[in-house]
Design a binder for this molecule. Structure first.
Ligand code: SF4
Ligand code: SF4
Length: 449
C-alpha cells in the first residue's frame, strides 16, 4: 500500500469530519496541520466511571497505533507516545505487544500514568509524559507537541485508510442502571435509548449527565442525541449531589459564596493548573466575588486558565462552594465582553507538585459514586430507534451547513452537513439508512428505515 502524503492525510480527515472525541470537539484536520516533534495519544481517561478509551485501546490496538502513525506523518513528528494508566492492564499488554510485533519501538512508546485526576488534562499529560510545562494561555504546540484523544486517532485511521466518515461513537452507560454497558451507536441516537438498552434506571426519579461526573453536562431530557464528543451517559438519582451541584442557580451560587467562603485557599492548593505554575487563583476569585472587588485583574483574567476540571469544587472546598462554576461564568462574561485571551507569556516558574495528585478512588468516594463504580462491558446495541436527530454542530467552530432536503433518502456515511468554506468546523454524516424528515439550521432528523 502506498502511504498517503501529508496533504492527503489532512484532506481525508477533513472529509470524514473527524473532531476531538475527548470532549473539545476541535476539528482534527486543523489540529494536525502543524509541525511538532511528538504526538501524544491521550488514553488517560480520568473521568470517573467512563470506560470508553480503555476499551478501545484494549480492543483495537493496531488501529490506534495506525492512527498515531498517521498523525505523526501529518505533523512530521518523530515520536509517538500513548499515555494511559498502568491500571489498564489489558490495553497496556495489547498495545505493547502490537508495538513489538510491528517493530515500532524506535518511534512509538507507552507512558504509564498513575491513577489520579485529572491525568487526562492535556497540560497535565504533557507534563507527565514529556516533562515539559505548557506556558499559561499556551497550547501543547508551544512545547512541540500535539495531543489527540485515542478515539480521535481511531477515527483518523478509518478516515485515511478506508475513507470512512465519523458516523458512530462508543458510549459508556453507567450509574443507576441495571446493566452498565458500553454501546457503539450512530450519532443522533437519543440518550434515553442507551439507558433503556442498559436495562433502564434502577431508581424512580433520575437525571442524565452527558459525559463524566466531573465535567459532564446535565441534559434537559433523555431525547438529547449522542454527538461526536459524547463519551458517557451517567444516570443518577435526582437528589444525588453530582446532580444537585449542577442544579444550583447563579443567584444561589453567589449568595453561598458571599456568606460561606472561609478564604482558606484549599481550592487554589488543589487546582491542577495552579500546580503547573499558572496564575489561576480560585480562592482570590471567590474572595473578590464575596467582597465586591473588581480591580484584581490578574485573578479575573486568570479564569481563562481554568480547565473546568471541577476539582476545586468537588475535592477542595470544605464549604461546598463552586469556584469552577464561578470561573466558567466569568470566562463566558469576559469572552462576551470581547476581553481577549492573553497570549502565552514566559514559562511558568513553578513545576507540577506530584504529591498533591488526587487518587481516583478517593475522588469517586468523595463524589458518592463508589456503588456505581462497576465495569461497563461492550455489548451490541439492539434497540430499534425510530428517528435520529443529528446535530449540525458537534464540534468547535461554526455549524455545518445542511446539504440534504426533506424527503431525501440517505445511506450510511452520506454527507448531511458541509463544512462552511474557509471556516473552522467539521462535516457531519449519516450513521444509518433512512429518510430525511426535517432539516433545520441546528439538525437533520432521519427516520430510520
Ligand atoms: S475547575 Fe477549579 S481546580 Fe480545575 S482548573 Fe479550574 S480553578 Fe483549577
Ligand atoms: S476552598 Fe471554598 S471556602 Fe476555601 S477559599 Fe476556596 S471557595 Fe472559599
Amino acid at each position: 500500500m502506498t502511504e498517503p502524503t501529508r496533504e492527503q492525510i489532512l484532506d481525508r480527515i477533513r472529509a470524514a469530519g473527524v473532531v476531538g472525541a475527548g470532549g473539545g470537539g476541535f476539528p482534527a484536520h486543523v489540529k494536525l496541520d502543524a509541525r511538532v516533534e511528538v504526538v501524544l495519544a491521550n488514553g488517560a481517561e480520568c473521568e470517573p466511571l467512563v470506560r470508553v478509551d480503555q476499551q478501545e485501546m484494549a480492543d483495537r490496538p493496531a488501529e490506534l497505533l495506525r492512527g498515531l502513525l498517521l498523525a505523526m506523518a501529518a505533523t512530521g513528528a518523530r515520536r509517538g507516545i500513548v499515555g494511559l494508566k498502568a491500571k489498564y492492564k489489558t490495553a497496556v499488554e495489547r498495545l505493547g505487544e502490537t508495538i513489538r510485533q510491528r517493530r515500532l519501538a524506535d518511534r512509538v512508546s507507552l507512558h504509564l500514568l498513575e491513577n489520579f485526576y485529572p491525568a487526562g488534562d492535556e497540560f497535565v499529560l504533557v507534563r507527565e509524559a514529556l516533562g515539559r510545562a505548557i506556558p499559561e494561555f499556551g497550547l501543547p504546540l508551544d512545547v512541540g507537541a500535539v495531543v489527540s484523544n485515542v478515539s480521535t486517532l481511531l477515527d483518523v485511521a478509518a478516515a485515511v485508510d478506508e475513507a470512512r466518515p465519523v458516523t458512530h461513537r462508543l458510549v459508556t452507560v453507567t450509574g443507576a442502571v441495571r446493566e452498565p454497558s458500553s454501546f457503539r451507536v450512530p450519532l443522533g441516537t437519543p440518550l434515553g435509548a442507551l439507558v433503556a438498552a442498559a436495562g433502564g434506571p434502577t431508581e424512580p426519579r433520575t437525571r442524565l449527565i452527558a459525559g463524566g461526573p466531573m465535567m459532564g453536562t446535565l441534559v434537559p431530557d433523555d431525547g438529547q442525541p449522542v454527538v461526536k464528543t459524547t463519551s458517557a451517559v451517567l444516570v443518577l438519582p435526582e437528589q444525588h449531589p453530582v446532580v444537585q451541584r449542577r442544579l444550583r442557580d447563579a443567584k444561589r451560587q453567589l449568595q453561598l459564596t458571599r456568606t460561606a467562603c472561609l478564604k482558606c485557599m484549599m481550592c487554589t492548593e488543589i487546582c491542577p493548573r495552579n500546580l503547573l505554575g499558572h496564575r489561576l487563583y480560585p480562592d482570590r476569585l471567590m474572595r473578590n466575588l464575596a467582597a465586591g472587588v473588581t480591580e484584581d485583574l490578574e485573578a479575573f483574567v486568570g479564569s481563562f486558565l481554568c480547565s473546568e476540571c471541577g476539582l476545586c469544587a468537588v475535592y477542595g472546598c470544605v464549604m461546598n462552594l463552586d469556584p469552577a462554576y464561578v470561573n466558567r461564568t466569568l470566562k463566558a462574561k469576559l469572552a462576551a465582553a470581547g476581553v481577549p485571551r492573553p497570549a502565552p507569556p514566559t514559562k511558568p516558574e513553578r513545576v507540577f507538585q506530584p504529591l498533591r495528585r488526587v487518587p481516583l478512588p478517593r475522588l469517586v468516594a468523595r463524589l458518592g459514586l463508589t456503588p456505581y463504580d462497576r465495569p461497563a462491558p461492550l455489548r451490541p446495541f439492539e434497540r430499534r430507534v425510530p428517528c435520529l436527530v443529528v446535530p449540525l454542530k458537534q464540534h468547535a467552530g461554526l455549524p455545518a451547513r445542511a446539504v440534504v432536503r426533506t424527503g431525501q433518502r440517505v445511506a450510511p456515511g452520506d454527507l448531511l452537513g458541509e463544512l462552511p468554506e474557509g471556516k473552522l468546523g467539521a462535516r457531519v454524516h449519516a450513521g444509518t439508512a433512512g429518510r430525511v424528515v426535517e432539516v433545520t439550521d441546528a439538525a437533520v432528523t432521519i427516520e430510520v428505515e
